[in-house]
Design a protein around this ligand. Structure first.
Ligand code: 2AM
Length: 491
């Protein structure tokens, strides 16, 4: 048998897999492919991959025999049991140091488990986020690999050449240990939910509030796309708003206002609740989709619940539109601030060394949230890799201060109009809470101690013989009941 020539194997010939193979082939790598339904291998070689160096295989054994060692095999199959099933099938044909890469949409706890399971067998595992859809996979996705750090030197060249490039830098770097790659992909998707919701709210304010037609809103978005909001999502939204149905009506005006979701935004929100981190904007974005989904109930409600009398806008329209741009920008800064807070907290808990500048750079191009803005976040973390919050970075601190007046005016006007802005509003509420040294949690603590003897601590500077520093204090608020504090009550 001749010596193996394959640089990398790929299992799973759905659209993403096929496009990633063709992309890696274009970048000069010799790819060997396999699919459970092997007729797809033959069809792919005879059609899309015709004239390329891509090799096919009709069994796992054949796939492995065609790969140079250490073998690198990417799985792009349905997340869940199919991944574990293929890993089990691969194991007999792999040797120490070989690398199994899961490029599917796996939940990160599975990737943590798989890293440990494969490392225990002398193999290496990489769970990689892949973003950018079919187009990204074909011409340059954002790749977010994490897992066994020893795997990185062997896959670095293939991954970084296959990924999108922005200003000569690849949108791919090592993310961190075990499930870090899929974790960061999950947060990316959550942030994507937030960005999309913010744009939808801006559209609603311009459309229902200012009464602008789709064409004019598209032009506003195109203009925004030349400034701080320059991003893929603003650009495609402008294109969407310009798109006409056959009768000349904007197609968006005919789309049922009921959003679907596949669950990665929800995973991020659940993770934020579990971690105790206030990632409120992604949470609101998920809930906004939930509210949209109960269309029939909303329709019934719209008949019996009325909002404020709609007053015509009497202010300066251009000023309002500029304010809205700033409101969107400031809210986006908050959303990314929250997303990075969550990643920092998880990294601390799971002892991952997350590469924050690298993460922002990975999202800078190739993926759905790609934007100029992410270049500024990259710069912030390059200046300080352990930055506690984006709001402490000079650039973002100045930006949010500049945006603040317009941001408040927009939300105030939306409230008066009765137009819901859950994402804009939660961003501002977070901002006002975050910059408050004192929040009303004193009342919560007092209530908890009052009804459940949950105790409280004294505010520094207010100590006295009854209220001692550092102590868990219980007060008999009513003169009834006992002086014993509780440790097992609810709330
Ligand atoms: P198939 O072509 O044989 O269906 C996307 O669905 C990819 O995942 C396809 O390549 C598909 O293979 C593969 N896939 C889905 N479920 C699978 C399973 N349970 N076992 C193996 N491959 C699976």
């Amino acid at each position: 048998m001749s010596a193996p020539t394959g640089d990398i194997g790929l299992i799973g010939l759905a659209v993403m897999g096929q496009n990633l193979i063709l992309n890696m082939n274009d970048k000069g790598f010799n790819v060997v492919c396999y699919n459970r339904t092997t007729s797809k291998v033959d069809a792919f070689l005879a059609n899309e991959a015709k004239g390329t160096k891509v090799q096919g295989s009709h069994s796992i054994q054949e796939l492995c025999s065609k790969l140079k060692t250490p073998r690198k095999i990417i799985l792009l199959v349905k997340a869940g049991p199919a991944v574990d099933d293929f890993i089990k099938q691969l194991e007999p044909y792999l040797e120490k140091g070989d690398i199994v890469i899961d490029g599917g949409n796996s939940h990160y706890p599975d990737s943590i488990r798989r890293t440990h399971e494969l490392e225990a067998k002398g193999l290496l595992f990489v769970g990689s986020g892949v973003s950018g859809g079919e187009e990204g996979a074909r011409h340059g996705p954002s790749l977010m690999p994490g897992g066994s750090p020893a795997a990185w030197p062997s896959i670095k060249e293939i991954f970084q050449k296959t990924a999108a490039q922005v200003n000569g830098e690849p949108c791919c770097d090592w993310v961190g240990e075990t499930g870090a790659g899929h974790y960061v992909k999950m947060v990316h998707n959550g942030i994507e939910y937030g960005d999309m919701q913010l744009i939808a709210e801006a559209y609603d304010i311009l459309h229902r509030g200012l009464g602008l037609p789709e064409d004019e809103i598209a032009d506003i978005f195109y203009k925004w796309n030349t400034g701080v909001l320059d991003s893929f999502l603003i650009d495609i939204t402008a294109n969407i708003l310009k798109f006409k149905d056959d009768d000349g009506e904007p197609l968006v005006s005919k789309i049922l206002d009921q959003a679907g979701q596949k669950g990665t935004g929800k995973w991020t929100a659940i993770n934020a609740l579990d971690a105790g981190m206030p990632v409120t904007l992604i949470g609101e974005a998920v809930f906004a989709r939930c509210l949209s989904a109960i269309k029939a109930e909303r329709t019934r409600a719209s008949k019996v619940i009325s909002g404020p009398q709609k007053e015509a806008f009497r202010g300066d329209k251009q000023q309002f539109i500029d304010d809205l741009e700033q409101a969107l920008y400031a809210s986006k800064i908050i959303s990314y601030t929250q997303g990075f807070m969550l990643m920092r907290e998880t990294a601390k808990e799971l002892k991952w060394n997350l590469n924050y500048a690298g993460i922002a750079q990975m999202w800078r191009g190739g993926c759905i949230i790609k934007s100029v803005f992410l270049g500024d976040i990259t710069a912030a973390y390059q200046k300080n890799g352990q930055l506690e919050s984006l709001l402490f970075d000079d650039f973002f601190n100045k930006a949010v201060h500049k945006a603040q007046p317009g941001w408040r005016r927009i939300i105030a006007q939306a409230v008066l109009w009765g137009i819901p802005t859950p994402a804009f509003s939660t961003a501002l509420a977070f901002f006002d809470g975050y910059r408050s040294e004192i929040v009303p949690a004193n009342i919560l603590q007092a209530q908890r101690d009052y009804f459940g003897a949950h105790t409280f601590k004294v505010l520094p500077g207010k100590e006295n013989p009854r209220l001692k520093a550092g102590e868990d204090i219980h007060v008999n608020w009513t003169g009834r009941g006992g002086n014993v504090s509780a440790s097992s009550y609810s709330a």
